[in-house]
Design a binder for this molecule. Structure first.
Ligand SMILES: Nc1ncnc2c1ncn2[C@@H]1O[C@H](COP(=O)(O)OP(=O)(O)OP(=O)(O)O)[C@@H](O)[C@H]1O
Ligand SMILES: [Mg+2]
Length: 275
């Protein structure tokens, strides 16, 4: 069982809560006190420049990295230093689409999609294949054609779809998307965005995505959080993004070379506004 049930999970308990999470590598302070909440059923997108710690943030929630300080809660349970069986059980709640796909080259498409069902849920291969076929079709691929192909035989866009089918195969409560549209042409990127919205809503899942593709962020987000210099400097509804009143957010979403982000390497705390 998941330990630490001090706070009983209820409908109002955020699905994910990060409180003052810090993570450094040597003297490189990547996360400097991240505070972030994702409500149940909400789709939150974290935006921010390259190397600002978006993937590190996600890896801390997933337990691939452990925070130096602070607390991470999933559905009211503290998971910060969770290990062993409890961690494995926690992972059953999660689906993940990795930056770059991260498919297993040596496994055919259907077995990539069925991986969590076979190895996590101990489902029979025959039963897992049935679900995999269903999910492959759900992401707009023809299982009849691709199920027995290997990842190397697919285009980048098809691999992303297979990654998405794998992320949703176990009907997870929370799905993480790390740069789901990177490396895709704008039309394929939009197809993936639509599929993400459809699958997340279809499952009633909570979604936490990270991207620097603003078109993608606008399409999949209910809420946006911007990370800068190791902190969340703005968080608000997608409808408020264009009127955030935050110069850092404005510069980022319009992709301007000029602005506070390039001018000050020394970050001013006055930019903070957690709406
Ligand atoms: N395991 C690690 N060991 C040392 N440094 C790391 C490690 N993982 C990440 N970093 C450093 O932390 C910083 C943030 O990395 P991260 O991958 O989170 O960036 P990102 O915001 O996801 O960037 P991108 O948009 O390019 O994917 C980088 O400077 C990176 O070099
Ligand atoms: Mg990254």
């Amino acid at each position: 069982m998941i330990n630490d049930n001090k706070e009983a999970a209820s409908a109002d308990t955020p699905m994910i809560r990060m409180s003052n999470v810090k993570k450094s590598f040597g003297d490189k302070h990547v996360l400097r006190g991240v505070n972030l909440e994702v409500k149940k059923g909400e789709s939150l997108v974290v935006i921010g420049g390259s190397g600002t710690g978006k993937s590190v943030l996600l890896k801390n929630i997933l337990g691939i990295l452990e925070p130096d300080e602070g607390t991470i809660e999933v559905d009211g349970h503290v998971t910060t230093h969770m290990r062993g069986r409890a961690r494995v059980e926690l992972m059953h709640k999660f689906g993940m689409l990795f930056q770059g796909g991260a498919l297993f080259d040596s496994l055919p498409v259907w077995e990539n999609v069925a991986f969590g069902l076979i190895h996590g849920e101990k489902m029979s291969k025959a039963q897992a294949r049935e679900i995999a076929v269903e999910k492959i079709n759900a992401v707009g691929l023809s299982a009849r054609i691709v199920a027995d192909l290997y990842p190397a035989e697919l285009s980048g866009g098809m691999q992303k779809r297979v990654g998405l089918a794998r992320a949703i195969a176990t009907s997870p409560e929370v799905i993480f998307f790390d740069e789901p549209t990177t490396g895709l042409d704008p039309i394929m990127a939009d197809v993936i965005n639509d599929l993400i919205v459809e699958s997340v809503k279809g499952l009633g899942a909570t979604a936490l995505s990270i991207t620097h593709d603003m078109a993608s962020a606008r399409k999949i987000a209910d809420k946006i959080a911007m990370i800068y210099e190791g902190e969340i400097i703005w968080c608000g509804d997608i409808k408020d993004l264009d009127n955030s009143g935050n110069a850092y957010v404005d510069q980022f979403i319009h992709g301007r070379a000029d602005g506070p982000i390039s001018k000050h390497s020394d970050f001013s705390k006055s930019a903070k506004n957690t709406a």
